[in-house]
Design a binder for this molecule. Structure first.
Ligand SMILES: [Zn+2]
Length: 496
C-alpha cells in the first residue's frame, strides 16, 4: 500500500479541483504499483484456486453532527448483499465485521473534497478490514476508492439506485481494478472526430485501446479481455449489455462498449460481471498483497433459516418502564436485527428505532407513554444479512414510563453537570440519596439506541458517577436512569 503514498499529494490537489461536479466515481485514475507489477507477469501470482476468500467489512454509517441522516439498516443490507451476489462467481465473500460503526460528523457526512474524506478515513480505520463509509455526499461523486486511506466512500444517492452495483464497483477499485475506460476520465468522446492514438487524461497521455488487441496491455486498464471503451459518463445499453453509442478506434474500426463490466460506466442495470482477468487480479491482490484481510477465515457460511420465538413482552402486554424485548437464540445467527414501529406494517416513516444486537434482548428507551408499539426481530449472520425471517409482537406503554425524581422517595437531588460538553470533556452525575437504592444508568444515542451501560449496582448517600465522552462523536445523547424502580431521563449534548 505504501506505493500509493508517492503520488498522493498530487492526487489530492487534482481531485479537489475535479470534485466540483457530480461524477459517477471519483477514484483516482492511476494504477497502483502492485497492479503494474501484477500485469507484467500475472502467472507468477497465486490466486488460491477455487477456495472461498472471506473478506471482513467494516461498515461506517456516517450521519450529521446531531446523529441524523444515517442510511437505514435494511438498505445497507440490501446493497451489501448485492455485492455478495456479484462476487459469488469469483468465490470472494464479504462478511460484516463487528457492529455498524455510527459516526456523527456533518463535515464528513457531506464531504466535498478528498481531503475531508481522507480525514474521516484516517480517524476511523479498523485495520485488517475493508473499510466502507456510507455518506450523503462523497467528494462530488457517487462513490470513490481512496488509495491514500485504502477505503471506499459510498454515497446514499447511488446506493439507493436499486439496480446499480455501486458497492461492487468500488470494491473492484479496492482490489486494484481500474475503469475499463481508463484515460478517458472527464474527456468527451466525439464520434465525428478522428480518434487520436493518445488521450491526455488527468495524469498525462495514455494510449487509446485498439479493437485488434494490439495495445491492450499498455492501454486503458491493461486487461486484454476488457475490450476498448471510451465512455466516461453513464451510458445506456442494449439487451446484450453493449453501448448504444457507436465508437471507432484509432484504426477506424467500429465497436460498442461492453456495459456488462462492473468497472464500466454503463447504467447499473447493464452491469453483470467482472472479466476473467479482472477476477484473477482481484484474487491475486487479496492473496499476495492483502493477507491482513484473511486472518479470520473461520466464518459462518450458512444462511439462517430458522425463525426465532418472542420471549417477551407478551403480545399486548402493558409495560410501565422501558421494556426489554427478548427472543430465543437461533442456530447460525450471530446477530439480530430488530425494529420498533408505531404500526404493524412497519412503515419506514413511523419507525421508532432499529438496530443490530448480538444478544437476544434489547431495552427500548425512546418511547412515549400510553401508546401501542409493534416490534419485530430477524436472526441473521453477518455473511448473509439478508437471509432470515422476522417474528413480531406488540406491547403498550403505561403512564409515566419516564417520570421524574419526585417519584423516588429517597432521592433528594439528581444533577447532570455540565450537560453541554466540549469534545472529550467528562460529565458528572451527582445523586443525593437518603437510603441505599438499586440504580442503573445507561447512555443512549439520539435515536434511543443504547451506547453503553455506565453504572449498575447499589447507590447511597452522595453518589457521583463520572461519564467519559472521549470515545463519543459530537451529538445529542440521553441518559436513562433507573432508581428504585423509577425511570428518569436526562439530555446531554457533546459539541464538535
Ligand atoms: Zn470507479
Amino acid at each position: 500500500m505504501q506505493n500509493y503514498v508517492l503520488c498522493c499529494i498530487a492526487l489530492l490537489l487534482t481531485l479537489n479541483l475535479k470534485a466540483q461536479h457530480t461524477e459517477r466515481c471519483a477514484t483516482p485514475p492511476v494504477k497502483s504499483e502492485w497492479l503494474k507489477n501484477y500485469q507484467a507477469n500475472p502467472d507468477a501470482y497465486a490466486k488460491g484456486g477455487d477456495s472461498i476468500l472471506y473478506i471482513p467489512v467494516t461498515v461506517h454509517v456516517v450521519g450529521t453532527d446531531v446523529g441524523t441522516g444515517y442510511y437505514p439498516i435494511d438498505d445497507i443490507f440490501r446493497t451489501f448483499c448485492q455485492m455478495n451476489v456479484d462476487f459469488e462467481p469469483i468465490n470472494i465473500r464479504f462478511y460484516m465485521e463487528g457492529d455498524l460503526n455510527y459516526i456523527n460528523n456533518s463535515a464528513w457526512y457531506s464531504h466535498a473534497s478528498f481531503t475531508d474524506g481522507t480525514l474521516m478515513m484516517e480517524a476511523n480505520r479498523v485495520p485488517g478490514t475493508f473499510n466502507c463509509y456510507i455518506v450523503e455526499e462523497s467528494a462530488g461523486a457517487g462513490g470513490y476508492y481512496n488509495p491514500v486511506s485504502d477505503a471506499v466512500a459510498l454515497s446514499i444517492g447511488n446506493l439507493d439506485l436499486q439496480e446499480w452495483h455501486t458497492w461492487t464497483h468500488e470494491a473492484g477499485h479496492y482490489f486494484t481494478l481500474m475503469h475499463t475506460f481508463l484515460g478517458w476520465e472527464s474527456i468527451d468522446y466525439n464520434f465525428n472526430e478522428p480518434t487520436p492514438e493518445f488521450v491526455s487524461g488527468w495524469f498525462g497521455p495514455r494510449p487509446v485501446e485498439r479493437v485488434d488487441g494490439s495495445n491492450c496491455t499498455e492501454a486503458a486498464d491493461g486487461f486484454c479481455d476488457t475490450p476498448p471503451d471510451y465512455l466516461s459518463s453513464t451510458f445506456n445499453c442494449d439487451a446484450m449489455g453493449f453501448s448504444i453509442q457507436l465508437q471507432k478506434d484509432p484504426d477506424s474500426i467500429f465497436f460498442y462498449s461492453d456495459g456488462g463490466n462492473y468497472m464500466s460506466y454503463a447504467d447499473g442495470i447493464c452491469n453483470s460481471y467482472f472479466s476473467q482477468e479482472q477476477q484473477d487480479a482481484m484474487r491475486a491482490n487479496i492473496i499476495n498483497d492483502r493477507q491482513d484481510l484473511l486472518t479470520n477465515q473461520d466464518v459462518i457460511d450458512v444462511p439462517v433459516t430458522a425463525t426465532t420465538t418472542v420471549v417477551g413482552p407478551a403480545q399486548g402486554e402493558m409495560v410501565s418502564e422501558p421494556p426489554t424485548l427478548r427472543w430465543e437464540g437461533v442456530e447460525n445467527a450471530n446477530r439480530y436485527y430488530y425494529e420498533v414501529n408505531r404500526l404493524a406494517s412497519f412503515p419506514t416513516s413511523l419507525r421508532i428505532q432499529e438496530g443490530i444486537v448480538s444478544d437476544t434482548s434489547v431495552v427500548i428507551y425512546n418511547l412515549d407513554e400510553n401508546k401501542n408499539y409493534h416490534w419485530r426481530v430477524r436472526p441473521f449472520n453477518t455473511t448473509y444479512p439478508c437471509e432470515g425471517e422476522f417474528i413480531g409482537s406488540s406491547f403498550m406503554t403505561g403512564e409515566g414510563i419516564f417520570t421524574d425524581m419526585q417519584n423516588v422517595e429517597v432521592l433528594n437531588d439528581l444533577v447532570l453537570y455540565p450537560n453541554i460538553l466540549s469534545a472529550g470533556q467528562t460529565a458528572r452525575l451527582e445523586v443525593s440519596l437518603d437510603a441505599p437504592v438499586d440504580m442503573q444508568i445507561h447512555l443512549l444515542d439520539v435515536s434511543g439506541r443504547q451506547v453503553n451501560t455506565i453504572f449498575r449496582g447499589q447507590a447511597n448517600g452522595n453518589f457521583v458517577q463520572e461519564i467519559q465522552t472521549q470515545s463519543l462523536s459530537a451529538g445529542l445523547y440521553w441518559l436513562a436512569i433507573e432508581a428504585d424502580g423509577v425511570w428518569m431521563q436526562r439530555k446531554m449534548v457533546i459539541l464538535d
